[in-house]
Ligand binder design. Structure first.
Ligand code: ZN
Length: 233
């Protein structure tokens, strides 16, 4: 439903891009899930929204998408400073491997719309990884420069971390305070799904993301709201 606020021209552009996307990616399933047209179209449409004005080339360095029916468990091995290896299970709704596939839970893909969007989240990690690590600094096009990005992005990140640390219940998913990479991925979800919240809390960051994605979801939302109030009156 959150794609309905796109203009007719944007929806046509998204459809065309989603078709090209489906032609260039390889889907596979795990956990006994049967892939359906609904799964292909949902992931392609949501995944292409962030790159609607950047072009499909932004997803050029990877091919595979693996879809699980629900959240999945990943076995982690972490070595601490004393050389002891700790093993634990991580339960995930999605994961993006550097240079490798993108993995999502279909159950979570269907939850899109209220500020939680696993597809946009993982695809944002892929944009971030296009120029190396998922560090919150994606490859910037000519409209933006790195020092401007770092100043605005990290000021917002530091502020958000302080709010989460102080125990505030934030509208933006507190998982964003984990790392700058997660902040970029979560704020990308929020930018497209709850742009009014991002613009209200972090106007400079909203403007930065608007210029990076070359889209203005808040303007779309405002336009859709005024159109529906006109229709009702
Ligand atoms: Zn993430």
């Amino acid at each position: 439903p959150f794609l309905e606020i796109l203009s007719t021209a944007e929806q046509a552009q998204l459809k065309e891009m989603a078709e090209a996307f489906l032609g260039s990616k390889e889907f596979s399933s795990a956990g006994g899930l049967e892939l359906t047209d609904e799964i292909y179209v949902s992931i392609a449409a949501q995944g292409c929204l962030p790159i609607l004005k950047l072009g499909l080339g932004a997803y050029r360095d990877w091919v595979g998408i693996i879809v699980y029916p629900d959240e999945f468990v990943v076995r982690r091995h972490i070595e601490d400073e004393s050389g002891v290896v700790h093993e634990y299970d991580d339960v995930l709704a999605g994961e993006a491997w550097a240079g490798g596939p993108l993995i999502v839970s279909w159950h979570d893909v269907k939850m899109a719309g209220d500020g939680y969007n696993v597809v946009i989240h993982e695809f944002a990690h892929k944009l971030d990884m296009l120029n190396g690590d998922a560090d919150g600094i994606p490859a910037l096009h000519s409209d933006l420069d790195a020092s401007e990005w770092e100043t605005i992005f990290f000021a917002a990140y530091d502020d958000f971390c302080a709010r989460v640390d102080s125990g505030e219940e934030t509208l933006i998913d507190p998982y964003a305070s984990e790392t700058p990479g997660e902040f970029f991925a979560v704020l990308s979800e929020s930018f497209f799904e709850i742009p009014d919240v991002v613009a209200g809390e972090y106007p400079d960051l909203y403007d930065l993301l608007r210029r990076y994605y070359r889209q203005d979801p808040l303007a779309r939302l405002t336009k859709a709201a005024s159109a529906s109030s006109t229709a009702a009156s």
